[in-house]
Design a protein around this ligand. Sequence first.
Ligand code: DAT
Ligand code: MG
Length: 166
Amino acid sequence: MNQQTLILIKPDGLKKSLTGNVLTRLSETKLDIVATKIVKVSRKLAEEHYSALRDKPFYEELIKYIMGDYHKHKVMAMVYYGESAIDKVREICGATNPEEADPVSIRGAYGRITTKGVYENVIHASRNSEEAEREIKLWFEPDEIIVDIYPTGILELKSVKKRIWA
Ligand code: DAT
Ligand code: MG
């Protein structure tokens, strides 16, 4: 079954110049990249992305990490699409804890746990199709994705101010 999944190269991955390595590993899946952008993650976006983990003891550190407070303030967000996309990508990412992840997985090869206990695990990938839908809709507008994956509607705006090139 064709699926879509949200992938984030987290700030440690960008800081450590791992973008190319991660994309090369992901290309083993033969999936299609259908959206990508660099995002400066706001606290609001970070908190919405990790809303299910609000009560965890590591939550505040996790928010700071994904916002880039420990590396650089950016994340590379992507949507990959194709047959069994969710499981294929999770498999290459490896286990959440980088010390337990298969050494040849992305997290196993490049991740670490800091002395503060933050899992710097380089990459995020949606765990299942419900999570993928929630996360893709959180990170991307419909027009930023080159295939139609979820139903869309039209919102007519009367007076909109937007920044344009001067
Ligand atoms: P995953 O990212 O594999 O989907 P998750 O959704 O359970 O894992 O957790 C989200 C992130 O939170 C994870 O990438 C790293 C961090 N995290 C999870 N469990 C942790 C723990 N026990 N200690 C520190 N950070 C943790
Ligand atoms: Mg998760």
